[in-house]
Design a binder for this molecule. Structure first.
Ligand code: ATP
Length: 304
């Protein structure tokens, strides 16, 4: 597999505080990579290092195969478009003028790409409206359009749907999916909104205290988040005997609880348990999602 970004044992400390503590991650080409972590896990620090705003304390990373300590890293960085935290939109300007400004900053020779960017961000009808009168979703999409001015093939978005209303979330999601699917742009997204992230991401990196806890694809997450039946019983040994006899896959959670992963005849199982004087205290279907998977890996408490 080809990787747009690879980090190797990347460390960044601020005095004695270790914000990144040996982070190793790989962002596949063409993916939408969701970076998930609690507040302070080190996400923004990582983005700052990739974009060249700060230097690693130790370790390295490669952007398009070029190491961060090579002089050619500048060429690789030109392939990145980033919107980190709030978009840097001039509020007294229209969408078109904001894009012109961005073209000037980047030293681009002509404004030819602007109509397409306006269309892509759904702002072609915003006309003479100044950005200060835009909805948050429009501002966010303008921010993404500005990050696209340099025609990057790697887009980094920090919290792109934070604070948006449902309509804004849908529009931003569609824009990101379109960029990824139609233009083959690799996207790295940091988001606290895990439900939304799971509608976009093809790959995930779950980080905690500056380290990679788990990196997995959406398919692997789906497998890990299988449906199960959580059973609470009076005698766990009797339950495991019955499940073994029925050849069902399960996982014991506690002295009284187990998750059963296969479809099963509840009646048959309850009858088998009754023969062993084992009572079923509760039975409920569980479907793990990104959020519960995340909590099972890094624990609850603190905002993700
Ligand atoms: P959030 O989701 O809240 O943005 P994050 O995962 O982006 O969190 P970072 O901003 O990377 O986390 O911060 C990681 C840790 O490093 C935090 O504990 C933060 O306080 C600390 N930190 C970040 N920048 C500095 C700095 N310039 N000096 C000292 N400590 C810093």
């Amino acid at each position: 597999m080809e990787y747009v970004l690879q980090t190797n044992d990347l460390k960044k400390s601020y005095k004695s505080f270790q914000a990144l503590d040996g982070l190793t991650m790989r962002v596949p080409k063409g993916s939408v990579y969701g970076l998930v972590g609690k507040n302070g896990a080190g996400k923004t620090t990582l983005l700052r290092l990739i974009c060249g705003l700060q230097k690693p304390t130790s370790g390295s990373f490669q952007l398009y195969g070029i190491r961060n300590d090579s002089k050619d890293i500048i060429q690789s960085r030109r392939r990145i478009g980033a919107m980190v935290e709030t978009p840097s939109v001039y509020m007294d300007m229209t969408a078109e003028d904001n894009l012109k400004q961005q073209y000037l900053i980047l030293g681009l020779p002509s404004y030819d790409g602007i109509p397409e960017l306006l269309e892509l961000s759904g702002l072609e009808k915003a006309g003479k409206k100044k950005a200060k009168h835009f909805s948050l979703g429009m501002k966010q999409r303008l921010g993404i359009a500005m990050a696209l001015a340099s025609e990057p093939d790697f887009l980094i978005l920090d919290e792109p749907v934070n604070g948006l209303d449902p309509q804004g979330i849908v529009e931003t999601r569609e824009m990101i999916l379109n960029l990824n699917r139609e233009r083959q742009i690799t996207v790295l997204i940091c988001s606290h909104i895990l439900d939304e992230l799971s509608r976009l991401a093809t790959h995930y990196g779950i980080i905690d205290r500056g380290r990679m806890v788990k990196e997995l694809s959406a398919e692997e997450l789906n497998t890990a988040c299988r449906k199960s039946m959580r059973m609470e019983v009076s005698d766990i040994a009797a339950l495991t005997r019955a499940l073994d006899a029925m050849n069902l896959e399960y996982q014991v959670i506690s002295d009284t609880t187990a998750d059963v992963f296969a479809r099963m005849s509840v009646t048959q199982l309850v009858m088998a348990l009754a023969k062993e004087n084992c009572e079923v205290l509760s039975l409920r279907e569980r479907v793990e999602n990104l959020e519960s998977y995340f909590i099972s890996l890094v624990g609850g408490g603190g905002e993700c």
